[in-house]
Design a binder for this molecule. Sequence first.
Ligand SMILES: NC(=O)c1ccc[n+]([C@@H]2O[C@H](COP(=O)([O-])OP(=O)(O)OC[C@H]3O[C@@H](n4cnc5c(N)ncnc54)[C@H](O)[C@@H]3O)[C@@H](O)[C@H]2O)c1
Ligand SMILES: O=C(O)C(=O)C[C@@H](O)[C@H](O)[C@H](O)COP(=O)(O)O
Ligand SMILES: [Zn+2]
Length: 352
Amino acid sequence: MKVSITLPTPPSRDYEIIIDELPSIEIEGKAAIVTNPKVAGLHLQRLLQSVKAKELYIVTIPDGEEYKTMETIEFMLDRFFDHRLDRKSTLIAFGGGVIGDMTGFAASIFQRGIDFIQIPTTLLSQVDASVGGKTGINNRFGKNLVGAFHQPKAVYIDTFWLNTLPKREFSAGIAEIIKMAVMFDADFFDWLEKNDLYEDSNLKEAIKRSVELKARVVNEDEKEKGVRAVLNYGHTFAHVIENFSGYGSYLHGEAVAIGMVMANDLAQEFGYFSTDESERVKELLKKYNLPVSYSIESAEKFYDQFFLDKKSHDNKITFIIPENIGKYKMLSSPEKESVIKVLKKFEKAEGF
Ligand SMILES: NC(=O)c1ccc[n+]([C@@H]2O[C@H](COP(=O)([O-])OP(=O)(O)OC[C@H]3O[C@@H](n4cnc5c(N)ncnc54)[C@H](O)[C@@H]3O)[C@@H](O)[C@H]2O)c1
Ligand SMILES: O=C(O)C(=O)C[C@@H](O)[C@H](O)[C@H](O)COP(=O)(O)O
Ligand SMILES: [Zn+2]
């Protein structure tokens, strides 16, 4: 199956998202592949057979969400200067969302911005992170709080890489697929309930549909002035969970799964989303062994973290909730008591 999706203007620049076997990549100037030891050990040889550049370097950074930091960015930039990369050089992000977000961010600031290509190797990065140009890092205040919108030059999605992906990571990617369906596409959600993503042709179909949905949203609202915030369903909660639990304890997709359950409860608190719909989402998450509960230490402390969210302005927060399956709603500045009431239910909940 070859699928080619173009993100047209107004986003900063058109680019192709190819879902197919990795094509040959010819780069005129110098290039650096940014990856980590795990992905390099498994797949670098195959990648190298497809990439040609004037000079080609490999920059390896440590593996893990805990290394998605400014310190690692500094390390990467130093290597690019060591290799005398220049304005015409291209970076190739070869790995999951962590590699993609950091390579994209480094590309956005190296000599004020150079090209980069996304070659995502996890399911999560194939269906979500590699598309749309959100790049960045975490800091001690929270997730992705420093970064830039910087669109890749191309995205090459080859499901071959997924053969070595651990099951837990595979499931984490499914959380973002379910997110897309709950927010935008009831038919897709029904389809997900009926079709098993462990089956190859179904998986490819789900990747294609997720990427198409995301591309449509980014195309309409590249810089998140409106509808793009809907891609953040579950994330206002997820980012707090990731930060509080220590980066890496919960995978991003797992935290998003819990966050969606919390957002669904909030929706119900405000009279949206039926119990039946909420159960359907939980069942689908559980089918892929995703967590649907989390033990909050203090609802008040958890609540305070929402003000660091990028959807918070002037001490007000907007939550993305489902009105129905396939239909989103933006809930602006709900009263604190109602949000706390929902969070309190999780104070007694069992963890993962
Ligand atoms: N920019 C965006 O739009 C966007 C969207 C979603 C998530 N994200 C970010 O993406 C990150 C999560 O991405 P992720 O889930 O890909 O995690 P990840 O990048 O940490 O990768 C998960 C693990 O899988 C390993 N791995 C990668 N490819 C593999 C393969 N083919 N076989 C075996 N192991 C492999 C990695 O080395 C890592 O240990 C988070 O930082 C999140 O904030 C960004
Ligand atoms: O592309 C987007 O927009 C998203 O929100 C996708 C999310 O899955 C992703 O985790 C994103 O990085 C979260 O965005 P943030 O702006 O809250 O950091
Ligand atoms: Zn996400």
